[in-house]
Design a protein around this ligand. Sequence first.
Ligand code: GLU
Length: 326
Amino acid sequence: MGESTSRRRGRFAPTPSGSLHLGNARTALLAWLQMRAAGGEILLRIEDIDKPRSRAEWAEEIVCDLEWLGLAFDEGPEEGGAYGPYVQSERDELYQAALDRLEAGSWLYPCYCSRADLAGIASAPHGLGSEGPVYPGTCRGLTLEERRAKEAVKAPSLRFRVPDRERWIEDGLLGLEHFGPGAGGDFVVRRADGIIAYQLAVVVDDAAMKITDVLRGMDLLDSTPWQLGLFEALGETSPAYAHVPLLYGPDGSRLSKRHGAVGISSMRQGGTKPEEVVGCLAFWSGLMDRPEPVRASDLIEGFQMEKIPKEPVQLEEYLLRRLSGQ
Ligand code: GLU
């Protein structure tokens, strides 16, 4: 064990709630390159904890797309490995055990607020972060009696008490990031319908899978202080984080299906070469001067985190057209 546990370990953790698109593929490529360049290990984890949103077909398609792009993983649903299963829907026992530990440490409290209550908060000025409304702590201090009365009417969700202190996070790409006290407010770790929230599952898995490095999209930066709070409450070591600014369509809006064939599987099925896709992803990530075809493995040697732009990248219409075979 000794040697393998001292190696750096990264992961790519897609949610199979749709097809892999250029944005996710770029995150996968960069997380993969970061570990390959460091001589570390990279694993694939399917984050299908939110069952109503996830589909097995999409998970399968994502696995095919990644393979087609030339990204081979050391561990994953297909490869297996010592830290499996690599599919969140098969890891419920671990999440329940973590909930018990948090409960025992008085980190959690039941919350009976309805969607309508929270929508009220959302419309209040300054109440909106990128993760939605900041929870004002309505149910934080309920007495046992008040809880019983509410319980009779509605099943509660469970919220994590966010420590009331500020945080500075050293992001591997963005540099020092500041978060005010209690950043984002107390957050849900188990929904009222019993589904474990992403925030908890991702922390339990990153800890259990001995992840040392997380490279992911900038859209998850705001959830980082929450996740660090969970690592601390669970007595686990947190990984180092690097958040990559997102890709935008030629019209300046966030990349989506509206921008034509941004889906990797449609490129794969439409006859585009994987090297062309990887070349564009590398170009948009500052790893190549021109969008020329290249294999993922040929990018390992020259990979440097500092080359990745710290600003969002706007994709060129002509490249999107080229990738979609037009
Ligand atoms: N499953 C998350 C997503 O697809 C990513 C989780 C993470 O990288 O922390 O958005």
